[in-house]
Design a protein around this ligand. Structure first.
Ligand code: ATP
Length: 510
């Protein structure tokens, strides 16, 4: 049976992975807290990412920068101007929506669905409505054999509106507004009566002095990447790396999302794991292909995401950002559909060039071997850590049918499991023996001691949080210095000498 979002939300709440704590004040919508197991799982995923992409490579360094930056960073990067989503309200039921997402949803939910290519083109047009109409006309021409009749009809209608807008440049959103009132029903009340679309900037603003003053405006960073560009020259100097090399960073990012939701899939406060990999212009497409593979391998082999729930989606030429040579989304099949989990973008020299122009500082690289100077191109693999926690829980969730009913087994990769070993004395009076083992093993692994309930029930409790091994302390421990170790996935049991436990688990949990 396919896992549903409600299964994950229930388990995450019941077993202290992710839930909302500020309950006594009625919570804060779409804000999620990571409980004892969730915070360790998140930390383990983060550490696995750092190990895979930094520790085990010679061409990467790790940094941890402040959340606040000089606000000019966000002006130069373009975030102050373009980091916005198109916001619209249903006039009838007053619900608030993202226009581009409504159009994407229209393709999934309608009886007469739009094709995937067309939908992504349209959603992109709506977000990026400064694009030249001629480019859009060309896209329609190129795609006319791929798109369905419905797609073409809407595309042409849309172009008519687009031409209207060319004549009325001060109000570009009119085109989308007219289109929506004709073609897109509200998912809540089915009316087609939308307000004009406003561009809503997603950056959270705050002030750094006691008294609010416009000059003191700063932003909570909406991504971790810009710091890496701004500090490229410093990082190059201090790390003594040579291009090609990359800088990795993990940390919080904040976006005032119009439609957060689907549990921790889209939140306003989240964590990202980002890499900016600098390479020589001309080698960028080969590096992009390599990073795509490396990222996919990490998701399948290190995190154990189901292979059949992952796919590459290369951006088509008309969907690509103007600065990008190639961009690929790695999509995951969530219960609510295929959506982005990670992106791998070839950003060319766009960011370094922009910061160079604005700051008047030299951010170019001198290649001493070939005696040439250039502004490096950048490959950016970026993934949401919190979104990856969701994908991990979804991939690991398994319902096992038994004679007593169904029960949940979380088949998380053992090295990522929040609790690696459960230590279960068969009776409470074996506390001393069990504690000795706990004290030894917990120096290396996260262990949990549990003496309540019958052993079978305790096994099932630990299966639910993904604990790969349950260790039972019983009379044999007192008489023969052995314990029984049960494997979560096979149910098989090993009898192991207490003195050999560390070696045993070292092999199992490497
Ligand atoms: P989306 O289209 O889902 O809004 P995006 O294209 O805006 O994502 P990027 O700017 O490419 O996202 O950010 C890189 C990664 O950060 C995404 O692939 C995703 O895993 C994660 N991410 C982005 N926004 C959020 C969010 N609001 N909540 C959780 N994770 C996010």
């Amino acid at each position: 049976m396919a896992v549903e979002m409600k299964d994950i939300v229930e388990l995450a709440k019941a077993r202290w992975f992710v839930f909302q704590w500020s309950e006594i004040y009625g919570w804060l919508a779409n804000t999620w807290d990571y409980g004892p197991y969730g915070s360790i799982l998140k930390e383990n995923i983060k550490n696995a990412w750092i190990k895979n992409f930094v520790q085990e490579r010679t061409d990467m360094v790790l940094l941890d920068a402040a959340i606040f930056m000089n606000p000019q960073t966000w002006v130069t990067s373009g975030h102050v101007w373009w980091f916005s989503d198109p916001l619209t309200d249903c006039k009838k039921c007053k619900t608030r929506h993202r226009a581009d997402k409504l159009i994407e949803d229209r393709s999934i939910n309608s009886q007469n669905p739009l094709s995937e290519e067309f939908t992504s083109w349209l959603a992109k047009f709506i977000k990026d409505n400064t694009k030249n109409i001629d480019i859009q006309k060309k896209a329609i021409e190129i795609n006319k054999n791929k798109w369905s009749e419905t797609d073409m009809k809407i595309a042409n209608e849309y172009l008519e509106y687009a031409e209207l807008i060319e004549k009325n440049k001060d109000n570009k959103n009119t085109v989308v507004h007219l289109f929506m009132n004709k073609s897109i029903p509200c998912p809540d009340c089915w009316a087609k009566d939308w307000t004009e679309i406003r561009n809503f900037n997603l950056m959270f603003e705050t002030f750094q002095w006691v008294i609010k003053n416009e000059g003191d405006l700063i932003y909570l960073r909406p991504e971790t990447a810009q710091w890496i560009f701004v500090n490229f020259a410093n990082a190059l100097r201090t790390s003594r790396k040579k291009v090609p090399f990359g800088i990795a960073q993990v940390g919080k990012a904040f976006r005032n999302e119009i439609t957060p939701g689907n549990f921790i899939f889209r939140t306003r406060e989240f964590e990202q794991m980002e890499i900016e990999f600098f390479c020589e212009p001309g080698t960028d497409l080969a590096w992009h292909a390599k990073w795509k593979e490396d990222c996919m391998n990490f998701l399948t082999d290190t995190i154990w995401l189901n292979k059949e729930s992952l796919r590459f989606r290369d951006h088509s030429v008309d969907e690509l950002s103007h600065y990008s040579n190639a961009t690929t989304d790695i999509e995951f099949k969530y219960p609510f559909g295929w959506w982005e989990l990670q992106w791998v973008a070839d950003r060319t020299d766009f960011d370094l060039k922009a910061h160079m122009t604005e700051s008047k500082q030299d951010l170019s690289y001198f290649d001493t071997v070939n005696n040439k100077k250039y502004i490096p191109y950048v490959i950016e693999p970026s993934i949401g850590l919190t979104r990856l926690v969701l994908a991990t829980l979804l991939s690991a969730y398994d319902k096992v049918e038994t004679e007593e009913g169904s029960r949940i087994v979380l088949r998380i990769k053992p090295s990522l499991a929040p609790i690696k070993i459960a230590i279960l004395p068969i009776v409470k009076k074996l506390w001393d023996e069990a504690m000795k083992i706990f004290k030894t093993l917990s120096k290396t692994w996260n262990c949990e001691y549990d003496e309540t309930g019958n052993v079978g029930k305790r096994y099932f409790r630990f299966d639910e949080i993904g604990t790969p091994y349950c260790l039972v302390v019983d009379d044999a421990t007192v008489n023969n210095s052995t314990v029984t170790v049960r494997d979560r996935d096979t149910g098989l049991q090993d009898v192991v000498k207490v003195a050999e436990l560390e070696e045993y688990f070292r092999k199992k949990l490497c």
